[in-house]
Structures are given as structure tokens and as C-alpha cells.
Design a protein around this ligand. Sequence first.
Ligand SMILES: [Zn+2]
Length: 270
Amino acid sequence: MKLGLLATVLASASLLGGCVSTTKTGTLGSERKQFLLMPAAIYQEQSVQAYSQIINTAKSSRKVVTNSQVNRVTARLIPLAKLYREDSAQWKWEVNTIKSDELNAFAVAGGKIVVYTGIIEKLKLTDDELAAIIGHEMAHALREHGRERASMQMVTNLGLKYGAAAAGLGGGEQQIAQLVTNYGLTLPNSRKHESEADLVGLEIMARAGYNPNAAVNVWKKMAAATGNTGKATQFLSTHPAPVTRIEQIQKTIPTVMPYYEAYYKGKAKK
Ligand SMILES: [Zn+2]
């Protein structure tokens, strides 16, 4: 295939157009229309592959561990995902805990989540705080922030005006895999994406019965961890804090508090 996968992608994507919203309206953080040129199926497939590689590497050095706290929290959060986008009910959701000092966690489109033990142990996370982190990560995956950034990079790299005629690209799959690694796992999220993930994440955790106030604690703990070492944690380097992060969260808590309360009222009735 001389034309390369990227050219094929550009050809089909330019016909479909790119500006939509990945998550349903009526939930927090879903208003913005997104630029999504990279087809979802291709991006997701590559994301899942990148995830499998990380898990397999960790497994081969026996670093994949069972963590009941992670399993307990994700079991309550994941059923909420379909409220934001119905197709996520078909995602093969999976969470793995990796034993590592890294203060990090991530999720990719397709419903694959990783939590490193370092973030739980060093920040001494409560269930509510862990839910804030996983909810935030699920939000990035549901809103497909990685695919959006990869889409923008495609345009920057190739120049849309050349479209499918951009021949001789070669190595398409490898290029897409690289975009997935860069924008799904390695490079910092934009502040816009961060503040969206904060909003969506808050709603998810509150609906699952986790106290949204814990989200404020998380960011304070994260900042303190950076203060101790003088160097931003892995998590903060891929999730740059908008200066107004804590303010925005505090402002949003009254909006999501009724979901949190409803969870326990619902439980009491049963
Ligand atoms: Zn983030």
C-alpha cells in the first residue's frame, strides 16, 4: 500500500467532516465542538494496541498487580460512562494497576485504564480522591482528547489542501501509532482539554457517589508532591494545571453535589 494509511485516512475523513462533539449534550464539559479528522476506529485500534504493549511489558516483569481499591473504584465509575456516550457501553473496559513509583494514571479511548501504585501510595489516596483521578482520566478518553490532538497534528504535518493527493507518505500505521503515543500518552494535554476533563470527571465521580470535594484535595496533594521534589510529577507533566483549576472545580461542586446526594438517597430507598 504505497499511498499509506494516513493518505487514506485523510481522503475518507475529509468527506466525513470533522466538527462534532464526542459526548452527549446535557452533561458537563460537552458543549465544545471538536475537530476530529482522525477516524475513531483507527485511533482506537492503535490506542488499544499501545495499551496492550504497556501491559504486556509490565506483565513480563511481574509489575501488574491486583489492587482492590482501584478495582472497587473503577467498578463504580465505569457504568457511568454510557451516560456520556452510548457507544462506550461497547468498549471493552479494562483497568490494570502497575507497580511503579511513578505518580501517574491514564486512560485511552476504547476504555483502557492504567493506575500506577506510586500515585496511590505517595499521595495516600482515599477512594474519593482516586475516583477524582480515574474520573478525570475517563473524561479524557470519553471526550477523545488524544484523537482530537492527533487530528490537529495530522493537519499540521500534511497540510489539508493536499488531501488524499499527498502521495508517498508510507509507513502510515507507524505514523498513527506515533501520534497515539504522543497525544494519548506522552505530551501534555491542552489547558482546554484539562478543564473539560475536570468538569466531566467531577460529574462522573459525583454520580458514582464519590464526594466531589475530594477533587480539590487531589490537586492540592499533587502540587505538594511536586513541591517536595522540585520536579513535576509524571501526572502533572501530562496534565498541566490551568491556573484556575481549583477555582473551577470549587465553582462546579454545587452543580454536581445533587448527583452525589441522589446516589445515597437512591441507596437508602433500596
Ligand atoms: Zn488531564
